[in-house]
Each structure stands twice: as structure tokens, then as C-alpha cells.
Design a protein around this ligand. Structure first.
Ligand SMILES: *[C@@H]1O[C@H](CO)[C@@H](O)[C@H](O)[C@H]1NC(C)=O
Ligand SMILES: *[C@@H]1O[C@H](CO)[C@@H](O)[C@H](O)[C@H]1NC(C)=O
Ligand SMILES: *[C@@H]1O[C@H](CO)[C@@H](O)[C@H](O)[C@H]1NC(C)=O
Length: 692
């Protein structure tokens, strides 16, 4: 059900789009390479070319903030943005970005205003940066678990696929640490694979291969294994004597390749004054001077060796001996270690909770205003579905007198189960006055938000009044069939205006005249006062009327004009009834009159047009036999253009004995049904009955 209504909404949207005088084309996504220049495409077409630059304005938004426009001469504060003005007339509104940065990636909106139409399209700019490979370790120990490692740097986005190969075959067990962010927004990651190299691997080709969406083909670095030898280390010293300085030696030997680092640490702090001496290609010695003192009891001295063949540094440790103190010290270290673990655990759980909490927090956009003074707010990707968006308005702007507004939400669901909502607030027409600026505030509340999110919009420096005004729309004047001398009304419907103060004036233009005569309320022309009603959208609607009894001579061919003045209009607008035609006048039938000895006559007055049918008939006896009677009819014209007729029947004497009912019927174009008039005789008296 909801889906079909969404679909029809979508179809309606398409319909509106295609029927528009302005069409905008832009792809949903566009790709750019980090550091390169790019052009985000956006083109438009107007219904009636060529493009008139006076009606045109182009705006670009990035993450809902205006970043560029082509109305003022200052395009943008960002010198990397530009728009080619020479091709605007050809309908190109594409935005050029020089030296693309990672932070340029995101949602852009190309908005073209070709007065009065406005269209926009959203384009997501995806930034890509290709990875580089640096082999960080190919030194291995024969027949021992050895790690090969490589650093892959400078790539974006984060998704990357790294494989290790031997002679073109994939090596199982490659692992990566979580990617790290570089200062320029790109990522780096270290990949490691552990192998147990044999003599047979010595001349084989190994590779590290990287696939990334920025690369058209995989990137590969080939290398061969370098067989190393593990260092051994030992600390050489004399037994400690209080206040007796001695030289401590850390001897390291048997390693390959030659490059090696040896450091001394006292209680975990590196000793700067140590010296390193190379004995030969596979042996070094590091020495430092140590003075045992009372307070240095329990001090931990260590020699740390770092070598390419070692996944972890090799550490030799020596405790400055005083057994009881050192036992207590160790206990303290253990307690500290357990405490540290506990704290780390708590921090982890809290962080996880916060991340989960944030995941479906509504992302609240800025308040958006449409051209018709309608305000709306979007919140995206939230769950659960329950969300409250409340609107308030304050006038004057910045005053604390906030007044609540009604609003209607439109929800939609995303594929990941989250929801989006667009809340449109009721029109401000009857909530604010057009005399001073106002501010609008929307407050979003949701279970995942710790506190409500507020968005504001101020009408400062804008023509706030224009959002409220609405221009009246006039319908055609409705004309009923007009009868001579019979009251009728001309109706003039006016709708969609705001504010309520609307003035209606009726004018008459005589047949073949040019002059408009304003009609003031009088006996002849009644002009009821208008009483506008509020429509659902808070605009007003009214039907103005002019009530009069048209006359054949006075009004035939005249025009009536309804003229409307309103604050939203620069001049007045009007509608004409067109020449009116009084085509009919209803006959008036008088009473029977005696005509001669055995005759009766009937007078019919004020009819138009001239054609009229008056027929006489009798019903004889009780059996109801009907016979037509001959009669004569005289028609003459009246001064007001209508006609009168006299019809007489002189042959009633022959019928008198058996006469039961005498009936006359009058037929005329202005009558729906004929008018009938009858006489019934009984017991020597004549009764008049009306059958009309
Ligand atoms: C390793 O690669 C080189 C150059 O591509 C090639 O000449 C050599 O034969 C390869 N070695 C083996 C063992 O396949
Ligand atoms: C290097 O020196 C160490 C220690 O003095 C000795 O054991 C070793 O044989 C020497 N190696 C070479 C290649 O001279
Ligand atoms: C090293 O730590 C031990 C125990 O915490 C302490 O007794 C000793 O004085 C420290 N030594 C130095 C040189 O700071």
C-alpha cells in the first residue's frame, strides 16, 4: 500500500519533471583522482532557447552549503572552484575543481534557476587515490617462521585487496592491520604473510599484488627472499656494588644482514649515552656506564636488539639485585597490569556502545525553503522509526517568543532498514505578519540522540513578505440563461489569494460602446459584499456576484466586467462576461374575459420572442372527449421590446349544453412546460381553476 503510493508519488514527480520548461541533467556519481583537476557534469536545457542570461542563476552546493554561484561576480571564496562562463549559454553548468582533495568528496547539488523555474540534481563526487607498494621486509630465516611485509600507502577509498604470491600462486595467510589515515586523508596499511622458507625457495619469485578501485589493472611488486641469520644477545657485567660505577656490555652476534639496532633501557626509558661498536659484519657491542645507588635497587636494565629477521625485538633484561624489594615490585607490576587491562576493557565497551549509538543517529540537514514559502527539514538514516520534528516560529526574528507550528512528515525506508523523513511545516501565512523578519526553528528528537538537534532559519535581509503573499486567480464569469425582467446573478470566482484584503469592482460596457462605467450598488444592480473563505492552504477564496434583472432593451449586448485589486498585484486583473444576451421573456397570462355574447378571450403579456402558441379545447360530458376549438390571435409589440397577445374564442354557444371543462394552453420558448388555464361549469355557475 505504502509502496504503491510512493510509486505514484514518484511517477507524479517524473511527470512534473518532464513537463517543465527547464530540464537539468547530471549523473548521480562522478569520479575524480586525488591531486588531478575534475569537472563535475551538470547541463541544462530550456524549453525555448536561446538561454536568456538575465533570467539565469546557477548555484552549487556541497554538503548543503552553497559553495559557488553565477549571479554575483564573486563566484566563490575557494580559488580551486571555477565554472566556464563561455559555455553557460550552451547549457553547461558543470563545476570545475582544481587539484582535488579527499575532503572534496561528498554530495554536490547543482541548482539552476531559470526564472521562474528552479531545478536541482545531486551528484556524489567519489575521490580516488591509487596505492603505492613499499616492500618493508623480505628477509627470512631458513626453516623458521618468517614474516614478509609490505606497506601500501596513499590510497583512497579505504577498500583494498592485497595478495601475496609465490611463483604466481597465491600464498595463504596474508593479514593486514586496520588501515591508518594519512594527513591528506588517504590511507596506508601494512600487510604481512608468514612463511617457513626452505632452501628451495631461494631463487623463486615472490610478489605482492594490490587491487584497488582506482587502478585499472592490479599493481604488483616482485622480489626474491633474502636469507638472514637471527642475532643472539647477552649482557656482560660484574656483580653490582653500591656506589661503584661499572661498564655494562650488550654483545650481539651471528646475524645477517649487517644492519642492526641495539639500545639500552633503564626502567623502560632509553639510555641516550650508550655507545655501539661494530666488531665485524655479524657482531656488535653496546656499552653504557652504570652507577648502583641505594635508590636504584630493583631497577630494570635491558638491552633491546632490533633486526630485520626479528618480528619482535630481542630483549635481554637484568635486575639490579635486592631480592625482597624486587619481589614486591613485581607484585605491583602485576596489579598495575590487571588494572590497566580492566580499564582498557571498560573503555572498549563504552566506545563500542557509543559507535552503535551513533550508527543510526538521524543525520539532520539544514532547513530548506521552496519558492512558494514552504519550509522543510530532512533527517536521514535513522532507526528506530519513531522521530519527532517540531517547528516553531518567532517574530520579530531573534525574539524568544516562539509559537508552535503544525507539520506533516513524509517517511521513507532505506535498504539497510533505516529511515529518512522530510518534515514540511505548515504555511506561515496566518502565523507571521509581513511587516518584520521572523525566525524559524525545527527541533529533532530521537531515541539515539542524547539531546535534541535544533536547526534555525532567519528571514533577515530577505524579502520575508514575499513568502506570504499569494496572487488571486480569477475563473471565468458564469452566466445563467438570462430572462427579461427576471432576477439573475453573474458569478465571478476568485481564489488563492493572501492576504484577505481584496477589492472587487464591477463595470458595465454598453453594447457597441467602449467606455467602462463603474457600477455602484443600486436598486437596479445589487452588488453583495464579498466574504472570503480560508482554503486548506491558508489562502482565501471568494465568489463575487452582480445581481440584476436584465432588460431586453437596456442590457442586451452589454458586457459586465469584474475587476480585482490586491496587495500582491501591481495592477488590477479583470474578467469580462462577454456580450450578454437576454433572449427570452416569460409570458404572463391574465384572467379570462368575456368577449361578445358567447365568447371568451385571454390576454398574454410580456413575452419574447414573438412566436407563441395559444390553443383552446373543450372536454365534453363526463366521458372526457376532447375537442379543439377555433380561435383568433392578435400579437402586438410593447415599448420594452416584448410582445403581447390576445386570443379569443367565439364558438362556445354550441358546446354549452354538454360543456364540462374549457382549457387554454399557452406554449412559448421561454416556458419549460405550457401554461394551462381552465374553466369548469357546474350547476349553472362558472368556476375558475388554475391548472398551470
Ligand atoms: C623470476 O623472474 C625473473 C624475471 O621475471 C625470471 O627471469 C626468472 O626465471 C624467474 N625465476 C623463476 C625461478 O621462475
Ligand atoms: C665476528 O666476531 C665474533 C665475536 O668476536 C666471532 O665469534 C665471529 O667468528 C666473527 N665473525 C667473522 C665473520 O669474523
Ligand atoms: C626503577 O624502578 C624501581 C621500582 O619501581 C625503583 O626502585 C628504582 O629507583 C627505579 N630506578 C631508577 C633509576 O629510576
Amino acid at each position: 500500500m505504502a509502496q504503491t503510493s510512493l510509486l505514484s508519488l514518484f511517477l507524479l514527480f517524473l511527470l512534473l519533471q518532464t513537463g517543465a520548461a527547464l530540464e537539468l541533467t547530471a549523473p548521480p556519481t562522478h569520479r575524480a583522482t586525488l591531486g588531478a583537476d575534475t569537472l563535475i557534469p551538470c547541463t541544462f536545457r530550456v524549453e525555448t532557447p536561446p538561454v536568456d542570461p538575465r533570467h539565469l542563476a546557477i548555484f552549487w552546493y556541497f554538503q548543503d552549503k552553497e559553495i559557488f554561484n553565477v549571479i554575483s561576480t564573486v563566484g566563490s571564496s575557494n580559488p580551486r572552484l571555477s565554472l566556464n562562463r563561455d559555455t553557460i549559454r550552451a547549457g553547461v553548468a558543470s563545476l570545475s575543481i582544481a587539484n582535488v582533495e579527499i575532503s572534496d568528496g561528498g554530495l554536490y547539488r547543482c541548482s539552476v534557476l531559470y526564472s521562474p523555474d528552479r531545478r536541482y540534481k545531486e551528484v556524489r563526487l567519489d575521490i580516488q587515490a591509487p596505492p603505492r607498494i613499499t616492500l618493508t621486509n623480505n628477509i627470512v630465516i631458513k626453516d623458521k617462521e618468517s614474516a614478509l611485509s609490505g606497506a601500501i600507502t596513499g590510497f583512497y577509498p579505504v577498500d583494498i585487496d592485497i595478495k601475496w604470491l609465490r611463483e604466481g600462486e597465491i600464498l595463504a595467510g596474508g593479514t593486514e592491520l586496520p588501515p591508518q589515515r594519512n594527513a591528506d586523508g588517504t590511507y596506508r596499511v601494512t600487510s604481512t604473510v608468514t612463511i617457513v622458507p626452505t632452501e628451495g625457495n631461494r631463487n623463486q619469485n615472490f610478489s605482492i599484488r594490490v587491487q584497488h578501485e582506482s587502478l585499472s589493472a592490479p599493481l604488483q611488486e616482485d622480489f626474491q627472499l633474502l636469507y638472514g641469520a637471527l642475532p643472539s644477545a647477552a649482557i656482560l657485567y660484574e656483580p653490582f656494588k653500591l656506589n661503584m660505577q661499572q661498564i655494562l656490555t650488550c654483545r650481539v652476534w651471528g646475524f645477517y644482514p649487517e644492519s642492526i639496532t641495539v639500545n639500552w633501557f633503564v626502567n623502560g626509558t632509553r639510555v641516550e649515552s650508550a655507545t655501539v661498536r661494530r666488531v665485524n659484519g655479524s657482531a656488535v657491542e653496546s656499552k653504557f656506564l652504570f652507577l648502583p645507588e641505594a635508590e636504584t635497587r630493583g631497577t630494570e636494565l635491558s638491552c633491546e636488539v632490533q633486526h630485520k629477521t626479528l618480528p619482535e625485538p630481542l630483549v635481554q633484561t637484568l635486575l639490579v639485585q635486592i631480592p625482597d624489594v624486587s619481589v614486591r615490585h613485581r607484585g605491583a607490576v602485576r596489579v598495575a597490569a590487571i588494572l590497566t587491562l580492566l580499564i582498557a576493557g571498560v573503555v572498549f565497551i563504552v566506545t563500542y556502545y557509543i559507535i552503535q549509538q551513533r550508527k543510526y543517529q538521524p543525520k539532520v540537514r539544514e532547513i530548506v525553503r521552496s519558492d512558494y514559502g514552504v519550509f522543510s527539514l530532512e533527517a536521514d538514516n535513522f532507526s528506530p522509526k519513531e522521530i519527532t520534528i517540531s517547528w516553531e516560529v518567532a517574530q520579530p526574528a531573534g525574539s524568544a517568543k516562539y509559537q508552535p507550528l503544525g507539520a506533516s512528515p513524509l517517511m521513507s525506508a532505506n535498504q539497510d532498514g533505516s529511515f529518512n523523513v522530510t518534515s514540511t511545516c505548515e504555511h506561515l501565512r496566518d502565523k507571521v505578519s509581513g511587516n518584520e523578519p521572523f525566525s524559524l526553528r525545527a527541533t529533532v528528537q530521537h531515541a539515539r540522540l542524547k539531546q535534541a538537534v535544533c536547526k534555525e532559519w532567519n528571514s533577515d535581509n530577505e524579502e520575508y513578505q514575499k513568502y506570504l503573499l499569494s496572487v488571486p486567480v480569477m475563473g471565468e464569469i458564469t452566466r445563467p440563461t438570462l430572462y427579461h425582467n427576471k432576477e439573475a446573478a453573474l458569478l465571478c470566482p476568485i481564489s488563492g489569494f493572501f492576504p484577505i484584503n481584496l477589492t472587487v469592482t464591477w463595470y458595465k460596457k454598453e453594447k457597441e460602446g467602449q467606455e467602462l462605467t463603474p457600477l455602484s450598488p443600486s436598486e437596479m444592480y445589487k452588488i453583495p459584499e464579498i466574504s472570503p473563505h480560508k482554503q486548506e492552504d491558508k489562502k482565501f477564496t471568494v465568489t463575487a456576484s452582480l445581481v440584476f434583472s436584465p432588460s431586453l432593451t437596456r442590457d442586451n449586448g452589454a458586457e459586465f466586467i469584474c475587476r480585482v485589486a490586491h496587495p500582491s498585484l501591481e495592477g488590477a486583473i479583470e474578467k469580462s462576461s462577454g456580450p450578454i444576451h437576454v433572449t427570452l421573456a416569460c409570458p404572463k397570462v391574465n384572467e379570462f374575459r368575456i368577449a361578445g355574447d358567447w365568447g371568451l378571450s385571454l390576454e398574454v403579456e410580456e413575452f419574447f420572442p414573438r412566436d407563441i402558441g395559444i390553443s383552446w379545447e373543450v372536454v365534453l360530458g363526463n366521458k372526457g372527449k376532447v375537442t379543439s376549438l377555433p380561435c383568433e390571435c392578435n400579437i402586438s409589440a410593447n415599448a420594452d421590446g416584448t410582445y403581447r397577445a390576445t386570443s379569443a374564442c367565439h364558438c362556445l354557444r354550441d358546446q354549452l349544453d354538454s360543456l364540462h371543462t374549457l382549457r387554454v394552453s399557452v406554449q412559448h420558448e421561454a416556458l419549460g412546460v405550457p401554461i394551462c388555464k381552465g374553466l369548469t361549469q357546474g350547476k349553472g355557475q362558472v368556476y375558475i381553476i388554475s391548472m398551470g
